[in-house]
Write a protein that binds this ligand. Structure first.
Ligand code: BMP
Length: 225
């Protein structure tokens, strides 16, 4: 089973996206789409992606950070399009925000992924300092998973230890591999379940080769564990 979630960010058409998906689909765990793709192609066009990927994990990353009502109305059209995994920020808190979103997602057989810390340096200014609080908010909100940065693997380790100690089972998805500097496999080694990888694959002259190389590295790292 692959541990790669491909970030599909910068594409000129949905057909270009589908071309990549057709090439790598058998060798990845899933995909993540976000505002760049949704705003450029429109929600309706992305239905083709839902129809194409089969049972792969398909994550919608709008980094939701609003009152519950607005987050629900934001995810609703994407739920109707067939998406089932949604990323929201954790720093917004539970009451009136993640509480309502979490309930709505559960009622619709969908999953919540909470951003606990980010891969860019500015995350250290505020978010990293509150990582444990955000993890707790995610537990309260019944998060299926967390986003934690491959660029600071010590945070992945700390988060994994903390969640284990609390007996809370959650997936850890880590961006920051490749274009942002972290090595493929480094987040898995620190306790992540998936590595979210964009440009290293999507901007490669040979995406299939890139995926194959990363999967091989992942297998080596998981064998070491
Ligand atoms: P790339 O591998 O091309 O750097 O893309 C990383 C992807 O992960 C982007 O879609 C970005 O939105 C996302 N991401 C990130 O880079 N850092 C975070 O902390 C959280 C993210 O979702």
């Amino acid at each position: 089973m692959s541990r790669i979630i491909v970030a599909l960010d910068r594409f000129d058409s949905i057909d270009e996206v589908l071309k990549l998906v057709d090439m790598v689909n058998a060798y990845v765990a899933g995909y993540k789409i976000g505002l760049p793709l949704i705003l450029r192609q429109g929600v309706a066009a992305t239905k083709k992606l839902v129809e194409r990927v089969g049972d792969k994990i398909l994550v919608v990353d709008m980094k939701l950070a609003d009152i519950g009502y607005i987050m629900i109305e934001t995810v609703r059209p994407l739920l109707e399009t067939g998406y089932r995994y949604f990323i929201a920020h954790g720093f917004i808190g539970y009451r009136g925000a993640l509480e309502e979103l979490s309930l709505f997602l559960r009622e619709n057989d969908a999953k919540l992924i909470v951003v606990a810390a980010m891969s860019h340096q500015g995350s250290q200014e505020i978010m990293d300092k509150h990582m444990y609080d955000i993890l707790d908010i995610g537990i309260e909100a019944d998060a299926w998973g967390y986003v934690l940065p491959a660029t600071r693997p010590e945070l992945i380790k700390k988060a994994r230890t903390y969640l284990d100690e609390k007996g809370y089972e959650a997936k850890i998805l880590s961006p920051g591999i490749g274009a942002q500097g972290a090595e493929p496999g480094s987040a898995l080694r620190s306790g992540a379940d998936y590595e979210i990888i964009g440009r290293m694959i999507t901007e490669s002259t040979n995406p299939l080769e890139a995926v194959t190389m990363i999967n091989k590295r992942h297998e080596e790292v998981l064998m070491e564990k």
